[in-house]
Ligand binder design. Structure first.
Ligand SMILES: [Zn+2]
Length: 166
C-alpha cells in the first residue's frame, strides 16, 4: 500500500472479519508408548523422534488441526461443564453419587483447560473462536462425537489409540 492511498475502514473491517472466519492450521501430535501403553498429545512435533519417560521410543502420529475449530469446541465444552458443575455444587455434600459426578466434572474441566492451553500455546495467544451459535457452526466443525453430557469430541481427540494400529 502506498502512503498516499487512504486506508479504507471498510476494507480493514472486511479483512478483519475474513481473518476471524478463516481456519488456523496447525499440527498436534499423538504419542504412544508401546511399553507403558500410554497415549498423550503434544503440541510439539519432533521429526527426530523422542523417548518416553520410561526410555522407550514413542510412536508418533502428527495430525493437522484447525486451532480455531478446536478452540471453539473446547470453549463450548467448558461452558457446558461449568453449567453442570454449578448445578451439582449445592448437592455435592449430601449425596455421594453427586459427589462422584462433581469430582468427575472438575477433572473433565481440567482436561479441557489443559487442551485449550496447549492450543493457545501453539497459536501464541488467545484464539478467537468461530462466531455464531454452536448449533449453526456444527456442520463446519470437525465434530466426531457428541457425548451424553453434551460435550463435543473433535476428530483429533476421538479415540486416539485408533491412530496406532501397528
Ligand atoms: Zn513408556
Amino acid at each position: 500500500m502506498s502512503a498516499s492511498e487512504p486506508i479504507s475502514f471498510q476494507k480493514y473491517q472486511d479483512k478483519k472479519k475474513k481473518q476471524e472466519e478463516e481456519p488456523i492450521n496447525a499440527v498436534m501430535v499423538w504419542l504412544f508408548c508401546p511399553s507403558c501403553k500410554t497415549i498423550e498429545y503434544s503440541e510439539f512435533t519432533s521429526p527426530a523422534g523422542r523417548a518416553h519417560k520410561c526410555g522407550t521410543q514413542v510412536e508418533e502420529a502428527e495430525v493437522g488441526i484447525d486451532l480455531r475449530a478446536e478452540a471453539t469446541l473446547t470453549l463450548h465444552n467448558l461452558e457446558v461443564i461449568e453449567k453442570l458443575i454449578k448445578k451439582n455444587k449445592k448437592n455435592r455434600l449430601f449425596k455421594l453419587s453427586i459427589k462422584h459426578l462433581y469430582d468427575a466434572l472438575v477433572m473433565l474441566k481440567h482436561s479441557e483447560e489443559v487442551y485449550l492451553n496447549r492450543l493457545e500455546s501453539l497459536y501464541n495467544g488467545q484464539i478467537p473462536p468461530y462466531k455464531g451459535e454452536i448449533e449453526d457452526l456444527k456442520d463446519k466443525l470437525p465434530i466426531k462425537e457428541e457425548n451424553k453430557l453434551g460435550l463435543f469430541i473433535s476428530e483429533f481427540r476421538f479415540e486416539p489409540h485408533l491412530r496406532f494400529k501397528s
